[in-house]
Write a protein that binds this ligand. Structure first.
Ligand code: KIV
Ligand code: NA
Length: 278
């Protein structure tokens, strides 16, 4: 498969081919993105919750994100690879954000970074873009700020808030984002914003009229046990399959039917076994 770059993404956008994006958090989930033909692979900080079991994405550090993104990079080869700048690594100042974005590229092996926020982040985004790092924006529900938003809830649901969201999206485009995530936004609002912009929108819980879609891999596969957001379609329910496999294994070990004395182990060299046992 051909390597996906920002150029490819622009081409998909121009030809109105919906862009496919999926999260990954380790080597196997990266390989799944590769085999599944995803165009963009995101090492989202949602991994703090779905892979590490924290109750908020604000718990994770850049070091931890890079530990995961390096593993994803070993498995996901042709998708455009983006890393989420975690909470606390880009808000303080543009210099701080640039330093961390550079580290993410160098030590985390990603090709672009994503950060959350609208108008207030535009200046910082422009500075990161200016040093040559592609930035994916993220507006609407911004999970790193869930506390101040009053939880994980839909955004832009009133006229006033929808207008503010459009202003945020416009500011991100002007700051130089190559695309932006719209999370938990009413479909008509996402459609309107998408029509107004000249860069792609990647929706999650934002309806079918975005330029692309993203889902969290552990959610769409039915593996994460805490909750599944309303907007996530379960394409598979792997959790019972995995649990049943373990129960079966456990039972077979107890019964002595696994492992098989021939299938699942090794023989000694010819004639050696008898001598060894006697
Ligand atoms: O962290 C994440 O997985 C994300 C996507 C849901 C866009 O930010
Ligand atoms: Na995220």
């Amino acid at each position: 498969r051909k390597k996906v770059t920002v150029k490819t993404i622009q081409k998909l956008y121009k030809t109105r081919s919906p862009i496919t994006m999926m999260t990954a958090h380790d080597y196997p989930s990266g390989v799944f993105c590769e085999k599944g033909g995803m165009e963009i692979c995101l090492v989202g900080d949602s991994l703090a919750m779905v892979a590490l079991g924290y109750d908020s994405t604000t718990r994770i550090t850049l070091e931890e994100m890079m530990h995961h993104s390096r593993a994803v990079a070993r498995g996901s080869k042709s998708a455009f690879l983006i890393g989420d700048l975690p909470f606390g690594t880009y808000e303080k100042s543009a210099e701080h954000a640039i330093d961390n974005a550079i580290r993410f590229i160098r030590e985390g092996h990603v090709e672009a970074v994503k950060l959350e926020g609208g108008v207030e982040m535009a200046g910082t985004i422009k500075r990161i873009v200016d040093v040559g790092i592609p930035v994916l924006g993220h507006v609407g529900l911004t999970p790193q700020r869930a506390s101040s938003l009053g939880g994980f809830r839909a955004q832009g649901t009133s006229l006033l808030k929808a207008k503010a969201l459009l202003a945020d999206a416009t500011a991100l485009q002007e700051a130089g984002c190559f695309a932006m995530v719209l999370e938990s936004v009413p479909s008509p609002v996402a459609e309107f914003i998408t029509k107004r912009l000249s860069i792609p929108t990647i929706g999650i819980g934002a309806g079918p009229h975005c330029s692309g879609q993203v889902l969290v891999q552990m959610d769409m596969l039915g593996i994460y046990d805490k909750f599944t957001p309303k907007f996530c379609k379960l394409y598979e329910r792997l959790d019972p399959l995995i649990v049943n496999a373990m129960k079966e294994y456990g039972a077979e070990v107890k019964q002595g039917t696994f492992p098989d004395s021939k299938l699942h182990t090794y023989a000694m060299e010819k004639g050696e076994e008898e001598k060894f046992l006697n």
